[in-house]
Ligand binder design. Sequence first.
Ligand SMILES: [Zn+2]
Length: 96
Amino acid sequence: MTGAGGPPFDDDELEEYYRRIESATAARDAPPRRARRGGVYYAPPECPTPEKIGYPTLAAVTGAILAVSGPGRASARLRCYECRCGFWHLTSSLRG
Ligand SMILES: [Zn+2]
């Protein structure tokens, strides 16, 4: 009995065997999809009065009122309201 007891695989076969396992494992562990960047996009609500100037904050719209209704223009009554579009608008209330 000579020449027996060799390794069941040659080095090349063994390397190829491991490569197959690695490739299969990599394919299984790979993410199926790429995660998209960014979150969900929320469309801003539609403004019912897009022709009006939109002020981002109450302070901004208040400043606009003060700028418009200065001394001598006290008759101009302006009011502000927060629109559903997220901005503040000016509205003139002519009613006493
Ligand atoms: Zn609006």
